[in-house]
Ligand binder design. Structure first.
Ligand code: ADP
Ligand code: MG
Length: 735
């Protein structure tokens, strides 16, 4: 029996999923696997675990497990469910990569999908769990897909052994054919329970023009206009990344200042005409030409149905805007703010990335402003070159975003692009597994004794080409046995020729990092190099240690501040790069120096701020270092490594050893400087040639090796920005 508060009880009754409790539970009783589809906000994540709990799935020391693709969701949903059920957090708990509050009393466990995959490696049958819920399956994250493939085998195995287990797949969209109509995955298609969301109508307004560059500026204009002219109701703005989110928040706060004291005043004078232009101006002078357009305008239909409030008091521009950012890496306390009602007399405005699209439901949103774009990491299939690109989102995502406006009453969605542009969007986003290299997954699967990865029941299989590339890399790293040589073969034939895992491969699979880095960890025992390798691997895995000061400044003042901080970081980089032999370790030595110095200073925000380091990244590196240190000790107890907060710089001899280890891991990422005599085309000036690409690649001006330009280097990755730049470069001896 669950003892919920009256308030929670009342809120629950409004959720559409509650009406389907019996249907869902009956389907679960009668089928090993069930798919539940329901709009975001219909109550799937918060309620379905409670249904299962009340139906007894957590009895007899068993656990209800729920996986989320995002850490944010795992943490905040576990807190929410604990609160709704009036149970302590040691009973409704969460586990994400580095932290959690799981205890022996845990009955409901929210976790990231990566955490569950690791648990499958420890206990393939997941015996503690009576049911696993795969949440947000529509996102098609790589781990979600792999888990569904694995669970499609684990569930029948458990049933055969007389320890029944259930699988629930939950999706915010109706597009679930990849799961239900995939014979390889489920021979009998699982039943689909649809939850009809109580969705209010959302009027979609397209822009007449589509700004190609300054869509944040456009989002700013639109948000200001909505706030000045339209009736109360929260505004949710979708942008693509953290930097954009912060920049828009700053501009909006400046335009509509929010001060605690002014809210109090607002409250007292609520019956008077609320005009207080001394305190607030609708738009600061430098922020655009507000006379140019009187209305929100610019919609295709002329903006006639813009529903300017009937009551002029409702459209008073002096109401402060309560602006909150929301993105995955934001601290949890900050994230939690979006769920609380805004201070009285203010309008809520959340500026968010994709997180707000389906995993979190923000209450009280009536207006959505959608830039129509999304930032994703792209990989070149052949060369592995990666780049972050902002591209158009899919029609399905754009519709999800619009839907956020109709949760509590009828709403409006302002799309900052034309309907013609929308028509050109792809219908759905591609599954992540088809867009990235898969060597890490292949290694994990081999470790699970799935030898023929091609035969694995992927909801959407990666290409044969990607599988072959992964096996080849793993063979070259010594993680898989060499295949027998046998003439010419097609990719598919080669993919079918699966290579068994080696003991080294098993050790590598135990480290939660990419196989190239896992190899370095496995070799790190020599010359007491392990603490350094652990630090470097942590830094390479977390990436983006350094602040990016190359962004354009908004004012002279900001520009001079940026210049100062940039200069300081450059100076620190030189210091961290060390001297003599250390210099050859290049950017990896800089990372090592930065990690060492930051740890020595206690990893404080102040130290990071002063020295151009990203505190979030440094905190994560610190956690990963201790996690990897534990993992190394578990695989190889005799080495007895520990995290030394006063790590001395490596000796000359150790530096040499480190370079060899780095080369062993990054051997396929070798580049040679183009010799003067080969240089027929000026585009090859100071360029390097890699084994995989015809085009030149370069050492970035920020790199420690930019001035030296050694003949041979290895690199962590190639990132395409204004040019093809190698990142994480270190020098290799010419033989
Ligand atoms: P779904 O998983 O179907 O998208 P959820 O179960 O996440 O739906 O959300 C159901 C309702 O619970 C939503 O109206 C949401 O606003 C509310 N809710 C979720 N988390 C919180 C929270 N931390 N605080 C307050 N309300 C919340
Ligand atoms: Mg959900």
């Amino acid at each position: 029996p669950v003892d919920r508060s009256a308030e929670v009880q009342e809120a629950r009754l409004k959720l559409p999923v509650l009406g389907e409790e019996q249907v869902i539970m009956e389907a679960v009783r009668e089928n090993p696997c069930v798919v539940i589809c329901g709009e975001t906000g219909s109550g799937k994540t918060t309620q379905v675990p409670q249904f299962l709990y009340e139906a007894g799935y957590a009895r007899d020391n068993r656990i209800i497990g729920i996986t989320e693709p995002r850490r944010v969701a795992a943490v905040s949903m576990s807190h929410r469910v604990a609160k709704e059920m009036n149970l302590p957090r040691q009973v409704v708990s969460y586990q994400i990569r580095y932290e959690g509050n799981v205890t022996s009393d845990t009955k409901i466990k929210f976790m990231t999908d990566g955490v569950l995959l690791k648990e499958i490696q420890k206990d393939f049958l997941l015996q503690r769990y009576s049911v696993i819920i795969i949440d947000e399956a529509h996102e098609r994250s790589v781990y979600t897909d792999i888990l569904i493939g694995l669970l499609s085998r684990i569930v029948p195995l458990r049933n055969k052994k007389g320890m029944p287990m259930k699988l629930l797949i939950m999706s915010a969209t109706l597009r679930v054919e990849d799961f239900t109509e995939n014979q390889k995955l489920f021979r009998t298609p699982p039943p689909v329970v649809k939850v009809d969301a109580r969705q209010f109508p959302v009027t979609v307004h397209f822009n007449k023009r589509t700004p190609l560059e300054d869509y944040t500026g456009e989002a700013f204009q639109k948000t200001c206009k909505i706030h000045r002219m339209l009736p109360p109701g929260g505004i949710l703005v979708f942008l693509t990344g953290q930097a954009e989110v912060h920049s828009l928040c700053r501009r909006l706060r400046k335009a509509f200042p929010f001060r605690k004291s002014s809210t109090a005043k607002q409250k007292k004078t609520v019956s008077l005409p609320r005009i207080d232009l001394d305190n607030y101006s609708a738009l600061p002078m430098d922020e655009g030409d507000e006379d140019r357009e009187a209305g929100i305008g610019d919609e295709e239909d002329g903006g006639s149905d813009l529903e300017l409030g009937d009551d002029p008091a409702e459209t008073d521009p002096s109401i402060p805007l309560y602006v909150l950012p929301l993105y995955s890496l934001l601290a949890p306390e900050q994230q939690a703010k979006v769920f609380r009602p805004p201070p009285p007399g203010t309008r809520l405005c959340v500026v968010a990335t994709n997180v707000a699209e389906t995993s979190l439901t923000i209450p009280g949103i009536k207006y959505v402003v959608d830039c129509g774009r999304v930032k994703k990491r792209y990989y070149d299939r052949v060369t592995g070159v990666s780049s972050f690109k902002v591209t158009w989102t899919s029609q399905a995502s754009a519709n999800q975003r619009a839907g956020r406006a109709g949760r509590t009453e009828a709403g409006h969605c302002y799309r900052l692009y034309s309907s013609a542009v929308f028509g050109d969007f792809s219908q759905f986003s591609e599954a992540e597994i088809t867009r990235r290299p898969v060597e890490d997954l292949v290694l994990q699967m081999k470790d699970l004794n799935i030898e023929k990865v091609v035969n694995f029941p992927f909801p959407t299989p990666p290409s044969a080409e990607a599988l072959v590339a992964a096996e080849e890399l793993l063979v070259s790293l010594g993680a898989l046995e060499e295949p027998p040589r046998s003439g010419r073969m097609t990719d598919l034939q080669r993919a079918k020729l699966s290579c068994p895992i080696t003991p080294l491969g098993r050790a590598m699979a135990a480290f939660p990092v990419a196989p190239r880095y896992a190899k370095m960890l496995a070799l790190g025992k020599q010359q007491d190099c392990l603490p350094y390798i652990i630090a470097v691997v942590s830094a390479m895995t977390v990436r983006e240690l350094f602040e990016d000061f190359d962004r354009p400044a908004r004012s002279d003042d900001e520009s001079s501040k940026l210049n100062q901080r940039r200069a300081r970081l450059a100076q620190m980089r030189r210091l961290w790069a060390g001297q003599g032999a250390s210099l050859l370790l290049g950017d990896l030595m800089v990372m090592l120096g930065a990690v060492g110095a930051c740890e020595f200073a206690g990893c404080t925000p102040k130290f990071c701020e002063e020295n151009g380091l990203r505190n979030k990244a440094m905190v994560e590196i610190r956690r990963l270092r201790s996690q990897l240190t534990n993992a190394v000790n578990a695989v190889c107890p005799e080495v007895g490594v520990f995290v030394d907060p006063k790590m001395a710089p490596p000796t000359e001899h150790q530096v040499l050893c480190l370079r060899q280890i780095v080369l062993a891991g990054l051997g396929d990422h070798l580049a040679r400087r183009v010799q003067a005599e080969d240089m027929l085309d000026p585009k090859w000036k100071n360029a390097y040639k890699t084994t995989l690409m015809d085009d030149p690649v370069f050492i970035h001006p920020n790199s420690a090796l930019f001035k030296t330009l050694p003949e041979f280097v290895v690199y962590q990755e190639i990132m395409e920005t204004s040019k093809m730049y190698m990142r994480g470069v270190s020098a290799v001896e010419a033989e």
